[in-house]
Design a protein around this ligand. Structure first.
Ligand code: SF4
Length: 460
């Protein structure tokens, strides 16, 4: 698949570099309320028709060590007995949910955290056994089972048993290989360790291997990051995610251990990001969209080409038709377009499950306008193009009349060469792709200045 290169324009990037959502859902999680409760969730589950395919997200909140940049919902502990108790409750939740989903087939399973590999292989096996017992799971390679691996928290010998359990996709955090940066963020992880783990994973049939990087960490500069990126290219993962570090110590306690004086300047960050974009594209990776790159033959790139790329809480994903169920603390699911999130703390989680209740915290009952705007935003963020005629046919609207204000708001973007608008199509240009969040924000009915300033990271 050919892709023309992204256009980098310093002036425009500075002009539009405001804060904005990453649109892993619409409405964003900020709009979730406690009006949505387990009864709503149960009614969504029971309304699933029997021919639906399901995707299951499992959240394991435990980590052995703290990474100072972390903004995830996790529990740092070396006391492994805590995980044992959690597993018992997780299995109870899986059983409760599965009872309500009818005859639907599970096609995708994703393990995230925290650190899923904080659990031993035998603990992971007991959860997988429960999933296979409770859900209809195809007994062949058609099911995608992915796991976030921390190479510091798994023995290389454990890769084979994971493959035998059915795991066939993998994502691994790297962030930066530079020892000074690693020390400053308390994550010491050598190139050799990472590389050996990936060689082993490939040997056992893992596909779509992803590495995560972060730019904007303390002591990073373009020169230090050049070496990290060259090492990553040498590993040759199928996908690379590059995240912008947002230093928000008032919101995320671990970040208080990072001295703000050691962070790269805004200009240095931009130059690292430009280097990443140029280098990855020159090395044959395609820019999928917001922070994500993939080789042309990777499933993400193929899904984008086929027009079926989707977004959910794990970022970009294939198979937009799958309904998503989340289990474990803080996990989020989406059924029939409605969103549901579990309680965030383990004590409340245990308490609700002790009463045989689903551990619901909050969610969003979406209306028709939400669904329409979600379709527009996800189409733009996944495919950089919106077929207005198709939207009109599906939603029975006149696009021009329904989105009169939004089309007006897009005019400056058109003038700056970020979008091309015709009566039938809105197309994001190569110059506009890096600013896709801004373009999506135009269609976000919940967007206001307060949200932007207080809740989201910068778009670049
Ligand atoms: S970045 Fe990942 S491994 Fe590190 S503390 Fe956060 S969740 Fe745990």
């Amino acid at each position: 698949m050919k892709q023309t290169k992204l256009e980098w324009d310093d002036e425009l990037l500075s002009k539009y570099n405001i804060s904005g959502p990453r649109y892993t859902s619409y409405p964003t999680a900020l709009e979730f309320t406690e009006d949505y409760q387990s009864t709503d969730y149960l009614s969504c589950l029971s309304q699933l028709s029997d021919d639906k395919s399901l995707s299951l997200y499992i959240h394991i909140p435990y980590c052995q060590n703290i990474c100072y940049y972390c903004a995830c919902n996790k529990i740092i502990t070396k006391d492994k007995s805590k995980a044992e108790k959690y597993i018992g409750y997780l299995i109870k939740e899986i059983e409760l949910v599965a009872k309500n989903v009818g005859d639907n087939k599970l096609r995708q399973i994703h393990w995230g955290g925290g650190t899923p590999t904080y659990l031993s292989v035998s603990q992971i096996t007991s959860i997988m056994n429960s999933i296979r017992h409770c859900f209809k799971v195809p007994n062949d390679e058609s099911i995608e089972i992915s796991i976030e691996i921390d190479p510091r928290a798994i023995a290389i010998e454990d890769i084979q048993p994971l493959a035998e359990l059915g795991f066939n996709r993998m994502s691994m955090g790297v962030q930066d290989f530079n020892p000074v940066v690693q020390k400053a963020v308390n994550r010491i992880q050598s190139f050799e360790l990472t590389n050996n783990m990936i060689i082993e994973a490939r040997k056992h049939g893992f596909k779509s291997i992803n590495l995560d990087l972060i730019y904007g960490l303390p002591f990073q500069n373009k020169e230090t990051f050049e070496q990290t990126l060259q090492q990553v290219i040498e590993i040759s993962p199928d996908r690379i995610s590059v995240f912008n570090y947002a230093h928000l110590p008032h919101r995320f306690k671990p970040q208080r251990r990072i001295n703000g004086d050691n962070l790269p300047s805004a200009a240095e960050k931009l130059s690292i990001f430009q280097y990443i974009i140029d280098t990855l594209q020159d090395s044959g990776y395609l820019y999928i969209g917001m922070d994500h790159f993939a080789k042309p033959d990777d499933e993400l790139a193929l899904a984008q080409q086929a027009g079926c790329l989707h977004r959910n809480f794990q970022g970009y994903t294939t198979h937009q038709e799958y309904e998503l169920i989340g289990v474990g603390v803080s996990s989020i699911g989406s059924i029939n377009g409605q969103y549901h999130q579990n309680v965030r703390d383990v004590d409340s989680y245990y308490e609700l499950l002790d009463q045989s209740k689903l551990p619901s915290w909050r969610g969003a009952k979406v209306n028709r306008d939400d669904l329409l705007r979600k379709a527009v935003i996800f189409e733009l963020i996944c495919h950089f193009e919106l077929d207005l005629t198709q939207m009109e046919a599906i939603y029975n609207i006149s696009f021009k009349a329904y989105f009169e204000n939004e089309l007006e708001m897009l005019k400056p973007y058109e003038k700056d060469g970020l979008v091309c608008i015709s009566p039938t199509v809105i197309r994001v240009t190569n110059r506009g792709r890096l600013l896709i969040r801004n373009i999506c924000m135009v269609f976000d009915a919940y967007m206001n200045e307060l949200h932007q300033l207080n809740s989201f990271s910068k778009v670049i």
